[in-house]
Design a protein around this ligand. Structure first.
Ligand SMILES: [Zn+2]
Length: 437
């Protein structure tokens, strides 16, 4: 028995007038998801606290059963997802070339995702990397397009605030040490050096010949580097030790590769085509044919979240219908073996209308397999699932739900090993009458 854990990223949403007061998922025609819901137990789920808006990485980290205090920061995870070699002391920060306007020394983020060709980006990056100041070395490593990772090497820590406000029209933010880390010289130095570096970047980029040429052609300059989500190695218990499950992730996107590698999954990187439905079907088929090798398989599609970020509920509805078609392609495989536990849910809600990036509503959740209580829900969406038999599931409960569904949950409180792991059997030490303790 194994669990296929399907994340339709950012699936949850809000109700919109243009959809007759429904969410995109409610409004979408989803015959295959609905058929699955009718043989499943259904409910609602939030990865942390109901109402809290989550990033994908924080939501996934919670769903995989980890405490937020152990989270290493997205910059670190994207770096290892991209295969950037890091020492445990290195700080990795997400960084992006943007267009910012300047008035009285204050910068305003005008365009967070400006377009530029590869040669232009390479020349601009070449002018701002490497950098050295106060014994700290900074290197900017491109990952894709205008995005990359800033690696800081030296006596610094990751507890540095973001300079990217994320929302266009907002002022850029001064990097500062976290309040609780103000007594830590590594945080103070890291923030100060990053601030100096970003000022230097502005001077270099604002006057760069590439930007001069772009402006002469009526294009916006890429005149500033902005940073957010600093990260650094952290020690955690690997997933297989923590939950007793050997895990695989089938996903696209550096953050999922990095996060899943960090927690100890094997990772099968896949590419996104122009057909998210076909992509999802292929990932499900791979997952269902990988059982036996793995106990827990994370199948991920970013498509609903990407569609929601277009801020067009109709586009999200269209993409959901496309994903449903992919579920339909894999339907027979999904339902062929009732010994598998199949979970379909989302990591968070992504509203397909302004102004929030992600929002705090819970997401629909379904699970089916041998023994899972079935209910009367026959539509998979944010409203019908709320009337399901599984009730409300919190992220911290999820791995217990999975272990229980796989008949791997230990009677709580029994100590068959010194660490008191939640699954059975633990890594027990056999009693041997020939050994004197
Ligand atoms: Zn997400």
């Amino acid at each position: 028995m194994g669990c296929v854990f399907v994340i339709l990223d950012g699936l949850g949403d809000r109700a919109y007038e243009c959809l007759g007061g429904k969410t995109p998922l409610q409004a979408a025609r989803t015959p295959w998801l609905d058929r699955l819901a009718s043989i499943a137990g259904n409910g609602m789920m939030h990865a942390t606290a109901n109402g809290q808006a989550l990033t994908s990485e924080n939501a996934h980290f919670a769903l995989f059963g980890y405490d937020a205090r152990a989270f290493p920061g997205r910059g670190y995870l994207e770096a290892i997802g991209a295969g950037i070699p890091l020492d445990t002391q290195d700080v990795a920060i997400l960084a992006r070339l943007v267009y910012a306007s300047c008035q009285g020394g204050l910068l305003t983020l005008e365009r967070n995702w400006p377009k530029a060709d590869t040669a232009e980006i390479a020349k601009l990056i070449g002018s701002i990397s490497p950098f050295e100041c106060e014994g700290v070395n900074i290197e900017y490593i491109k990952t894709s397009g205008t995005s990359g990772v800033l690696v800081m090497r030296g006596p610094v820590s990751r507890f540095i605030t973001d300079s990217n406000p994320l929302t266009e029209g907002s002022r850029l933010i001064e990097p500062q040490p976290w309040e609780i880390e103000k007594g830590n010289p590594a945080s103070v130095l890291g923030a100060r050096v990053l601030g100096k570096y970003l000022r230097w970047c502005y001077q270099r980029l604002e006057n760069h010949p590439v930007n001069t040429a772009r402006q002469q052609q009526g294009e916006i300059p890429l005149n500033m580097l902005v940073t957010n989500r600093a990260g650094q190695y952290a020690k955690i218990d690997p997933f297989e030790v923590k939950w007793g499950l050997k895990a695989l992730s089938i996903s696209s996107g550096l953050i999922y590769h990095g996060l899943c590698r960090f927690v100890g999954f094997d990772v099968l990187p896949v590419a996104d085509s122009s057909s998210p439905g076909d992509d999802l079907a292929g990932r499900l088929e791979t997952a269902l044919s990988s059982h036996g090798k793995y106990d827990f398989i994370h199948v991920h599609t970013k498509a609903p979240d990407v569609a929601a970020h277009t801020k067009n509920p109709l586009e999200k509805k269209r993409v959901i219908e496309e994903l449903d078609r992919g579920i339909g392609q894999a339907f027979n495989l999904l339902t062929a073996n009732r010994d598998h536990l199949i979970v379909i849910t989302a990591d968070h809600s992504t509203p397909s209308s302004e102004p929030l990036i992600h929002s705090g509503e819970p997401v629909p959740f379904m699970a089916f397999g041998r023994g899972v209580r079935q209910d009367n829900v026959c539509r998979f969406n944010e409203v019908d699932c709320a009337g399901g038999a599984l009730g409300f599931i919190r992220g911290e409960d999820l791995m217990y739900f999975v272990l229980n569904g796989l008949d791997r949950i230990k009677l709580s409180g029994l100590m068959d090993t010194p660490c008191g792991q939640p699954y059975w059997p633990g890594k027990r030490q056999n009693f041997n009458i020939n050994i004197d303790p």
